[in-house]
Design a protein. Structure first.
Length: 253
């Protein structure tokens, strides 16, 4: 763990976030070229994605602030401090979709045609983000006597390195999605991502030891959104089939 700056004012957490984003957008550019996506549309996706990431960071902070306020309203609403990935993902996706629907008439390529590339980008960036969490000592797990346990600064007992568990899972997902995309031209990577990550995140929350506020009380905020992700993944599967069916019907007219 390297919670202190490694040089000047740069922390490993920020460095991992930067590397993850750079590699994520590199994957987006490379995969769009390999799949021969229209260059103007891929440029639009790239720029819209950058804007969505920036808004996602603000959304991540906002969601966490809301959770904290729900749990302790007497302390008042305070924006800033910690963030939650799923809150950032929700805010970023909503912003991305709003801009897409405003601009979609300018492009012949439709979003569902490149939708299977998106999870490759997300898992790459998020995986490095979780490595950053490990170096920062946040998002840690519950105490454990397992050989996998790690003692973070400020802790007296070893805990599950849930950051590393999640990073490994995300990198595996990246490999699976990439294989499916290029080997089978798989159309449902995003649906698979929503279901797989939703289930994984719901389960790993039982190992998390850091308190991050409450939403429903009996399950964590992340578990609540994880269930939503699974449902959305199932719905999206049928929507993608419908969109492609319409496209194929038009092409056969």
């Amino acid at each position: 763990m390297l919670p202190e700056p490694i040089f000047w004012k740069v922390h490993m957490y920020g460095l991992m976030i930067g590397i993850g984003l750079a590699l994520g957008f590199g994957v987006l550019t490379l995969y769009c070229k390999k799949k021969k996506v229209d260059e103007k549309f891929s440029d639009f996706i790239f720029m819209n994605g950058i804007a969505a990431v920036l808004l996602g960071f603000m959304s991540a902070s906002l969601f966490q602030s809301v959770y904290n306020y729900i749990e302790n309203p007497e302390e008042g609403f305070k924006l800033g401090g910690s963030m939650t990935f799923l809150g950032g993902l929700i805010g970023g996706v909503v912003f991305f979709l709003v801009i897409y629907f405003i601009m979609q008439k300018k492009y012949e390529t439709k979003l569902y045609e490149v939708l299977s590339i998106v999870p490759c980008v997300i898992t790459m960036a998020h995986g490095f983000g979780r490595l950053g969490c490990f170096f920062a000592g946040c998002c840690y797990g519950k105490p454990t006597d397992s050989f996998l346990g790690v003692t973070f600064p400020g802790h007296t007992q070893a805990v599950h390195p849930t950051q590393l568990y999640e990073a490994a899972f995300l990198f595996i997902l990246f490999g699976v999605f990439s294989f499916l995309l290029f080997k089978y031209n798989f159309r449902h990577n995003f649906s698979l991502y929503l279901v797989c990550y939703g289930i994984f995140r719901f389960c790993i929350e039982f190992l998390r030891g850091d308190h991050r506020g409450e939403l429903l009380g009996f399950i964590s905020p992340s578990q609540t959104w994880s269930l939503v992700m699974v449902i959305m993944g199932v719905v999206l599967y049928f929507l993608v089939n419908k969109w492609y069916a319409k496209k194929e019907a038009k092409e056969n007219v």
